[in-house]
Design a protein around this ligand. Structure first.
Ligand code: NAD
Length: 284
C-alpha cells in the first residue's frame, strides 16, 4: 500500500507563520504577546527545549522573558516568582519547564500558575475544561496531534481511534480531543489485555507508550493512520519513535515520521496557545 508521510515539520512551519501574522496584528493594536519561560537547574535536555521555545517565539514575533533559576531553588522561591508573573499584566503566558528538581512539588507549581496564563494546558482548570468541552488551553503535544490529522485531511468523526498511553500530558488529553472530534475512542495502557487485538481495530492509532519501536506491523489494520508520539535515541544515537516505522508504514494510509512528525508540532502549538492567551484570558 502506498502511504502518506505526515510532514510535521512543514505543518508546524505553517502554524508558526499563522501565529506570526496574528502576533503582528496584535502588535498593531498595541499588544505585545509575552511568554515567561522559567527553567530551574540546567538539565541539558530541558535547556535544548527552552532554547527551541525561545527561538520559536522570536520567529513568531512573541516576546520571551527568561528566568533561569539555580538547581537548589526552593519551592517557595519558585512559587513566589510565579505569583509575580501571575500579577504582571504584561505577561500573557507562563511556562515552567518540567521536570523540576526533586525538592519541588510539580503539581503545586502547575496549580499555582494562573489558569489564564497556563499556555502548557496542565492546570486542572484547563484539563477540566477539555474534559467538559469548554474553552481553555489544550496541552501542546495532543493539540498538535489533532492539527496533524486535520491538516492532512484525515477524518476523525466516526472513526475507531485507539490511543496507547494514558499520561496526563499526552494520552488522556489526546483521547479527549479525539472524542471531541467525534471519534470512537479507546484508551490502552500498561494493564490492557490483548493490546494487539484492540489496536488492530483502529482506523487512527496514537502511540504514546514511551517504548522504542513497540508498535509493530501486527498491531496495525491495513489502511490505518498512525501518529507516533514517542521520541527515543537508539543504540547508534539515531532518533526513533514508539512505532517500528519500517514494518508499520507499508500497512498504513498515513504515518508520522520520527523525527519530523509530532515533535515539531509541540512548539508550534505552544506558539498558538500564546496567541490564544489574549482571547482566552478574557473568557476564562
Ligand atoms: P508516560 O511514560 O508518562 O506514559 C506512557 C504510557 O504508556 C502510560 O500511560 C502507560 O500506561 C502506557 N504503557 C506503558 N507500557 C505499556 C504497554 N506495554 N502496553 C500499553 N500501554 C503501555 O509517557 P508520556 O509522557 O505520555 O510520553 C510518551 C512518549 O511520548 C515518550 O516516548 C515521550 O518521550 C514522548 N513525548 C513526546 C513529545 C513530543 O513533543 N513529541 C511530548 C511528550 C512526550
Amino acid at each position: 500500500m502506498s502511504y502518506q508521510i505526515i510532514d510535521g515539520k512543514a505543518i508546524s512551519k505553517q502554524i508558526k507563520e499563522e501565529c506570526r501574522v496574528k502576533a503582528e496584528q496584535y502588535r498593531e493594536r498595541g499588544i505585545l504577546i509575552t511568554l515567561a519561560v522559567v527553567q530551574v537547574g540546567q538539565d541539558p535536555a530541558s535547556s535544548v527545549y527552552v532554547r527551541n521555545k525561545k527561538r520559536a517565539c522570536e520567529e513568531c514575533g512573541i516576546k520571551s522573558l527568561s528566568y533561569e533559576l539555580p538547581e537548589e531553588t526552593t519551592e517557595e522561591e519558585l512559587l513566589s516568582l510565579i505569583g509575580k508573573l501571575n500579577a504582571d499584566s504584561a505577561v500573557n503566558g507562563i511556562l515552567v519547564q518540567l521536570p523540576l528538581p526533586g525538592q519541588i512539588d510539580e503539581n503545586r507549581v502547575i496549580q499555582a500558575i494562573d489558569a489564564r496564563k497556563d499556555v502548557d494546558g496542565f492546570h486542572p482548570m484547563n484539563a477540566g475544561a477539555l474534559c467538559t468541552g469548554q474553552r481553555g488551553f489544550v496541552s501542546c503535544t495532543p493539540a498538535g496531534i489533532i492539527e496533524l490529522l486535520k491538516r492532512s485531511n484525515i477524518e476523525i468523526a466516526g472513526k475507531e481511534c485507539v490511543v496507547i498511553g494514558r499520561s496526563n500530558i499526552v494520552g488522556k488529553p489526546a483521547a479527549l480531543l479525539l472524542l471531541a472530534e467525534n471519534g470512537t475512542v479507546t484508551v490502552c495502557h500498561s494493564r490492557t489485555k490483548n493490546l494487539k487485538e484492540v489496536v488492530s481495530r483502529a482506523d487512527i492509532v496514537v502511540a504514546a507508550v514511551g517504548k522504542p519501536k513497540f508498535i509493530t506491523a501486527d498491531h496495525i489494520k491495513e489502511g490505518a493512520a498512525v501518529i507516533d508520539v514517542g521520541i527515543h535515541r537508539n543504540e547508534n544515537g539515531k532518533l526513533c519513535g514508539d512505532v517500528d516505522f519500517d514494518s508499520v508504514a507499508p500497512k498504513c494510509s498515513a504515518i508520522t515520521p520520527v523525527p519530523g512528525g509530532v515533535g515539531p508540532m509541540t512548539i508550534a502549538m505552544l506558539m498558538s496557545n500564546c496567541i490564544a492567551s489574549v482571547d482566552l484570558s478574557e473568557s476564562l
